[in-house]
Design a protein around this ligand. Structure first.
Ligand SMILES: [Zn+2]
Ligand SMILES: [Zn+2]
Length: 170
């Protein structure tokens, strides 16, 4: 069986197919050391086998592509991603809830503290008012005391003057 297809090594028409090297060879290849002892098949058989192999490969490839393109192959990955997102969202939600609670507690504490401070301050103001009254009372008392002292002094002075006059008159 002759062919227009040329052998790579010898530029001669290929005659037969070397099934070990998976290549069509010429008459020179046939007698060379390179393909000694290599099983061969006719070009027709080789072609048919190649076609069959190609058909099988295509079928396998189609199968693989169907598998890759199908939802079941991607589903576990997508489900995993979705779970991760859901977990992350839950975590963030919980975190924010925790933060809310903390903020709320802090707010309560801050308000309680402010209330306490306000009460303390008003107590202190009351204290100051009471003290002011006390001081005012004290001042009044002192004023009275001073007045009394003055009166007494006056009286004493008057008495002393009287005594002095009495002494003089003697
Ligand atoms: Zn050759
Ligand atoms: Zn060979």
């Amino acid at each position: 069986m002759s062919s227009s297809v040329k052998c790579n090594g010898h530029d001669r028409p290929v005659l037969i197919f070397c099934t070990v090297c998976d290549v069509a060879i010429c008459d020179k290849c046939l007698t060379s050391k390179e393909h000694r002892g290599h099983p061969r098949s006719s070009l027709k058989d080789a072609c048919e086998k190649q076609m069959a192999d190609l058909a099988k490969s295509t079928k396998d490839l189609e199968g693989k592509m169907r598998k890759l393109g199908s939802v079941p192959a991607l589903e576990p990955i997508l489900t995993g991603l979705e779970n991760n997102f859901t977990k992350s969202k839950d975590k963030i939600n919980k975190l924010y809830k925790d933060l809310d609670v903390i903020v709320e507690e802090n707010k309560k504490k801050a308000l309680q503290l402010l209330d306490a401070m306000e009460k303390q301050l008003s107590d202190k103001l009351l204290d100051v008012e009471e003290k002011a009254e006390e001081i005012q009372q004290g001042m009044a008392d002192i004023s009275n005391d001073l007045q009394e002292l003055e009166n007494e002094t006056d009286q004493n002075t008057a008495d002393t003057l009287k005594q002095y006059k009495e002494l003089e008159e003697r």
